[in-house]
Write a protein that binds this ligand. Structure first.
Ligand SMILES: [Zn+2]
Length: 481
């Protein structure tokens, strides 16, 4: 019989975070690599989690009045070049299709790094009058960014999956009103499905999206103290409307450029989720995203095999209608091996059933997040499991929130800034005058950029941490993925 040593995680999260992260992903059967660097396989656990995120987010989008569309994967170069900042921002990462068979194309086609260029060319044809507005579209698709840095599964994948929201409004006021709706949806999904807390705020001008007027972001702190950006929302103002000629006749008969927004949540969140919640035994999946929520492991002996197996199937039947349940009836593996295997794969609740449980009409429940073992009557199993899954979710969120709060460090001078950053990492909360020079100097000297200026800035200190001039904001600085 196979035992744990071959397949378990061999490094500790606290000792070598990146090696641990990569081992968890592969050994838990979450993803696999392919021959294309930066393009990975999402196995059922990963794709199942993404599908649940998609479905939950999509339901919220629909409630908010957003419609799904699909635009082509390929974007003609001339369209991509229309908005200059946008083009410059993406140029180094764009992969091009240049020929079919042996025939070269006259014009190169970009594999979408994002779809503004192709969508807005259509919008410019569709929008004529105020009656054609608003347009509130979303696509669930994949995008390709050939990043130069070493790719890391989910966190820095070249091909990733996401939602691409694009809207067009007649007025700035309407466009701005969409921001809180969308950010509210993302916060809800992160809180209720991924069990992830974030810091919500606005990006600095230097760090905003290429072509946007303002970018609003959610920011996470990873277990190694580095920050990583979560879902975001861009106010594009009239920038793209001017570049792509999206104009309309308003109610007064004047021709105006439209106002636009874009927003996204990506499969990067799966990486953040795995990194945040998992432990030295392997993956820990938030219950609502777990493709298997409950695994039943019957402990069979020769003399009671049929008895225990029958009882286990009864349990499976009882819970199967409510939860995603898997019966582990694999032959040739010891119960101990199976316990370890499902721990490694992060399944929230394990049910153990042996002779003793059959006789007492009970089940033994083991929760993955704490390892705590309880038992209950078979008749109460359904309500007990429901409560357990909800407790696990809340416990995971509380733990992640505690970690995030413990990793935001307020500092009052630049020496302390550098000391805390190098010794503790995390987010450094510091006063900033708003100038790009200070932001760039800090980045050069410490490696930390402004992740965002939190909506909840707290009390504004008097002087910029770097130049000593009057502070405009309390910003969060961090070394960032
Ligand atoms: Zn300054």
């Amino acid at each position: 019989m196979k035992e744990r040593s071959e397949s378990g995680i061999t490094v500790k999260k606290s000792e070598n975070f990146m090696e641990w992260y990569l081992q968890v992903l592969s050994k838990s059967n979450f993803m696999d690599y392919t021959d294309v660097s930066g393009c990975i396989v999402f196995k059922p656990a990963a794709y199942g989690a993404w599908q649940t995120i998609m479905n939950a987010t999509d339901a919220e989008f629909k409630k908010a009045g957003i419609e799904n569309v699909y635009f082509p994967l390929l974007i003609p170069e001339k369209l991509l070049k229309k908005e200059q900042e946008h083009m410059e921002g993406f140029a180094p990462e764009v992969a091009w299709v240049t020929q079919s068979g042996e025939t070269k194309f006259q014009e190169r086609l970009a594999i979408r790094p994002t779809s503004e260029a192709i969508m807005y060319a259509s919008y410019s044809k569709w929008v004529r009058s105020w009656r054609d507005l608003p347009i509130r579209h979303n696509q669930w698709n994949n995008a390709l960014r050939w990043e130069f840095k070493h790719p890391t599964p989910f966190l820095r994948s070249r091909e990733f999956l996401w939602n691409e929201g694009h809207s067009v409004f007649a007025t700035e006021k309407e466009a701005n009103a969409e921001r809180d709706v969308i950010l509210g949806i993302y916060m809800k999904i992160l809180r209720e499905y991924l069990a992830l807390p974030v810091i919500l705020g606005i990006k600095s001008d230097k760090e905003k999206f290429a072509g946007a007027v303002a970018t609003y972001s959610t920011e996470h702190v990873m277990p190694d103290g580095w920050a990583i950006q979560g879902p975001d929302f861009h106010s594009d103002g009239q920038n793209f409307a001017k570049a792509f000629d999206i104009k309309f006749l308003d109610k007064e008969g004047n021709i105006q450029h439209a106002w636009q927004n874009t927003y996204a949540i990506t499969t990067r969140e799966l990486g953040v989720m795995v990194a945040t919640h998992s432990d030295d035994k392997g993956l820990v999946l938030p219950p609502r995203l777990a493709y298997i929520q409950v695994v039943i492991v019957p402990i069979l002996k020769k003399e009671n095999a049929k008895l225990v197996d029958d009882y286990a199937r009864k349990v499976q039947k009882q819970l199967g209608g409510e939860f995603r349940v898997r019966m582990d009836d694999r032959e040739g593996y010891s119960p101990g091996y199976k316990f370890n295997d499902w721990e490694l794969r992060g399944i929230p609740v394990r049910i153990e059933i042996g002779q003793k449980e059959v006789e007492a009409e009970k089940v033994v429940l083991v929760r993955r997040d704490t390892g705590e073992k309880t038992e209950c009557k078979l008749a109460d199993a359904k309500s007990k499991v429901e409560k357990l899954l909800s407790d696990i979710h809340e416990n995971m969120y509380a733990k992640a929130e505690k970690f995030l709060k413990a990793n935001i460090h307020a500092v009052s001078d630049y020496a302390e800034f550098k000391k805390v950053l190098s010794e503790k990492g995390g987010m450094i909360h510091a006063p900033w005058c708003g100038s790009r020079e200070c932001e760039e100097s800090i980045k050069e000297q410490t490696g930390a950029k402004i992740t965002n200026i939190p909506f909840d800035e707290g009390k504004l200190a008097e002087k910029c941490i770097y130049c000593g001039k009057k502070a405009k904001h309390m910003a969060n600085f961090a070394k960032s993925y």
